[in-house]
Design a protein around this ligand. Structure first.
Ligand SMILES: [Zn+2]
Length: 475
């Protein structure tokens, strides 16, 4: 099989993937903030990391994947500026007349996120856990950084001192001047902050509904420390792959790297993968323009969540994708055609054993696309070839579709056919009607053929004519 390569944001190069232990590739994904709905742009990125996990397994690796849910510490700006997002969410719910606690908000949105992820057939990570369950680990890590001279405390916060970590700007490729520009928006001016790019690991001057005692005083952790602490706890000092959105390249990931690497002296991750943004109507998604869509908006318009999964797979994760309702309709039609093909093949090969397709030329090509930095549009094109290559035996085509679906996750194995819906007697009756219809057609008795088709329709069966003869499918 083709060798797996990833585009590594750290080196800005396509690199061959060499895991620490192929039996257990370690993977950390920055998880969702659970104070508000995940929009379809967020969900698209989680479909991409699901593709990553499934591809790794398909290509023969074992995977241990960890994801946090951010239920504390994220401010309205990534650079620790602005308001605590949880306080903002509480205000929003209060305005709606809801008396709700911070924990209840986090639980509610975590539940909603998991429900969306399940509907999109996104496999659950090995560990998915809220940041607030790891406060002692975060405190221990900040203490370690303080002892090693990377941290300092002011009246306002405990900061990471970036001047002590010379590699700080290497990851983002930014210069110190770029950082200075952002700092002008700072809400709480801290005169004791040493460098503009220093970031908060423990907040002391912000109000939040969730506060903890710490060696530095009562407060709550910064957003970045949760990922460093959780990756270290579950996956060790150095992990294979770290993923996130492209918005994490300038602040969140350099901060994670600084904290983890200053503490351990080892690289935090060998490969850094970042997913591009989703646009709507070629513009940034926005609430004011009415283009801030959540999965429910898609379902309310009559789409299946898997239509959105198919849509997301049509673009490579490193390239921007544009969402329009027309493009989602296109994805739906394509997915339905593949489903129909699976239903036909399932019906034609009923009770037959499917062959082993390892080594098949189409499987090799499918795997090669995945190995080429997760080329999902290429992988989909090979699935379409299976649909179109009617000269291949039906068993082989179905086995290939099922095989590819382990990665694409379109739930083809769950396709309903007459065999899953009807009893033996009903199936015998359907087959008889089909036979009679064929005979009527041969005898050019069109009115009888039409009548028999109507009787099949009454039974909620439609007939597709294929080169292997008529195939009864569910209506
Ligand atoms: Zn993170």
């Amino acid at each position: 099989m083709a060798k797996l390569h990833f585009y590594n944001t750290h080196s800005r190069k396509l690199e061959e993937f060499v895991p620490i232990n192929p039996k257990e590739v370690t993977l950390y994904t920055c998880g969702p903030t659970v104070y508000f709905d995940a929009h379809i742009g967020n969900l698209k990125i989680y479909v991409e990391w699901d593709l990553l996990t499934r591809s790794l397994k398909y290509l023969g690796y074992g995977v241990k994947r960890v994801m946090n849910t951010t239920d504390v510490g994220q401010m309205t700006s990534d650079a620790d500026l602005g308001e605590d997002k949880m306080m903002k969410a509480l205000k929003r719910e209060k305005e709606k007349g809801k008396e709700i606690t911070g924990q209840e908000i986090a639980d509610m949105y975590t539940e909603l996120f998991l429900h969306d992820a399940d509907s999109l057939n996104i496999e659950r990570p090995t560990v998915i856990s809220p940041a607030t369950k790891h406060i002692p680990e975060m405190i221990a890590l900040i203490k370690m950084l303080e002892e090693k001279g990377f941290a300092y405390k002011t009246e306002h916060a405990v900061y990471f001192d970036v001047s002590k970590f010379p590699k700080y700007f290497e990851f983002s490729g930014q210069k110190l001047d770029d950082k200075n520009a952002g700092v002008r928006d700072e809400v709480v001016v801290d005169p004791d902050k040493r460098n503009p790019a220093d970031f908060r690991m423990w907040q002391l001057d912000q109000e939040s509904v969730m506060m903890w005692d710490s060696p530095w005083g009562k407060g709550f952790p910064g957003w970045h420390i949760e990922c460093s602490a959780m990756a270290m706890k579950y996956l060790g000092d150095t992990i294979d792959i770290h993923t996130g959105g492209i918005d994490h390249i300038t602040i969140h990931h350099p901060n994670e790297i600084a904290q983890s690497e200053a503490a351990t002296g080892k690289p935090l991750a060998h490969y850094w993968l970042h997913g591009e943004f989703l646009k709507v109507n070629n513009k940034k998604m926005s609430k004011s323009a009415g283009t801030f869509y959540v999965l429910k908006d898609i379902i309310d318009k009559g789409f299946d969540p898997l239509d959105f999964r198919y849509f997301a797979l049509q673009a490579h994760y490193r390239f921007p994708q544009n969402f329009t309702w027309e493009s989602l309709e296109g994805a739906r039609s394509a997915r339905q055609l593949i489903n129909e093909q699976a239903a036909i093949l399932l019906t034609l090969t009923h009770e037959k054993t499917l062959p082993d397709v390892s080594g098949h030329e189409l499987k090799e090509r499918f795997a090669a696309f995945l190995a080429d930095d997760l080329n999902s549009p290429g992988a989909l094109s090979v699935m379409w070839e299976v649909v179109k290559r009617k000269e291949l035996p039906n068993e082989v085509r179905l086995a290939l579709l099922f095989d590819f679906d382990q990665v694409l996750g379109l739930r083809l194995e769950k396709t309903d056919t007459i065999y899953t819906e009807f009893s033996k007697d009903e199936i015998a009756e359907i087959n008889e009607l089909l036979n009679d219809r064929e005979n009527a057609k041969k005898a050019k008795d069109w009115s009888k053929a039409d009548e028999l088709r109507d009787r099949l329709t009454e039974k909620k069966v439609r007939v597709i004519d294929t080169s292997a003869g008529p195939v009864p499918l569910l209506l």
